[in-house]
Design a protein around this ligand. Structure first.
Ligand SMILES: C[S@@+](CC[C@H](N)C(=O)[O-])C[C@H]1O[C@@H](n2cnc3c(N)ncnc32)[C@H](O)[C@@H]1O
Length: 219
């Protein structure tokens, strides 16, 4: 197992970076994030769960939070970027679930929610703290009997950082994530590497290499 996900990130994935990713702006800004359909893993991993309270940690443009809200969940979407949350709120309103989601501008590295959630999920969030520490933090927010769903970039040996290859520090493996889940407190349901094609980008279809981990917190 590669432990690169343990190393501190070298890129500053701070609020300023993410606001520029979501808002665009001056020349030299990183590529602007686009809207996308809800992650397909959401349906496969949550459709058998009873609706309850949910937190989407690093919710971005809100596709996953809105998907859950439309299925009866009481959702909180948290993100460090006000630009992202503004887009997410627009999406929720346009899908008719504006009342079922609350949006919280928060830094997941320091934020503490008021309560615990029946489902805590994160899709591709990477912050300015090591990736596995981020997962440790959000796992603490799962209520007894609740579910943790982590979808992230799979750690591969690609070096460099571009639109199709996230930095190594932002990636993980199923084993590196489940190793942090105390077996006395967690039952791992899913721990897999998956591949999926995204929409065509500049004439070619990109393949995403993902890690998907779902675990249930013992009551
Ligand atoms: C790659 S995007 C993924 C967004 C969305 N979950 C998706 O799948 O499209 C990563 C998200 O994490 C958010 N983020 C990064 N660092 C964060 C932090 N420290 N606290 C909260 N959100 C953060 C970013 O603003 C961004 O929206």
């Amino acid at each position: 197992m590669d432990d690169a996900a343990e190393t501190p990130v070298t890129h500053d994935f701070d609020k300023d970076y993410w606001e520029r990713r979501w808002g665009g702006g001056e020349d030299g800004s990183p590529a602007v994030m686009g809207a996308h359909p809800a992650s397909p893993y959401l349906a496969t991993e949550t459709s058998e769960l009873p609706a309850g309270t949910a937190l989407d940690a690093g919710c971005g443009g809100g596709a996953e939070a809105v998907w859950l809200a439309a299925r009866g969940w009481d959702v909180t979407g948290a993100d460090i970027s006000a630009e992202a949350l503004a887009r997410a709120a627009e999406l929720a309103a346009s899908e008719g679930v504006g009342e079922q989601v609350r949006w919280v501008e928060a830094d997941l590295a320091t934020w503490e929610p008021d309560g615990r959630f029946d489902l805590v999920m994160t899709h591709y969030a990477h912050a300015a703290i090591p990736q596995l520490e981020l997962y440790d933090r959000i796992a603490e927010w799962v209520a007894p009997g609740g579910t943790l769903l982590v979808v992230g970039h799979l750690h591969t040996h690609h070096t460099g950082h571009d639109d199709h290859h996230p930095p190594a520090e932002a990636s993980a493996t199923p084993a590196s994530i489940t190793a942090r889940l105390d077996p006395d407190r967690w039952d791992v349901v899913t721990a897999e590497e998956r591949e999926r094609a995204t929409g065509a980008h500049e004439g070619h279809v990109a393949t995403l290499h993902d890690v998907v981990v779902r675990a249930t917190r013992r009551g």
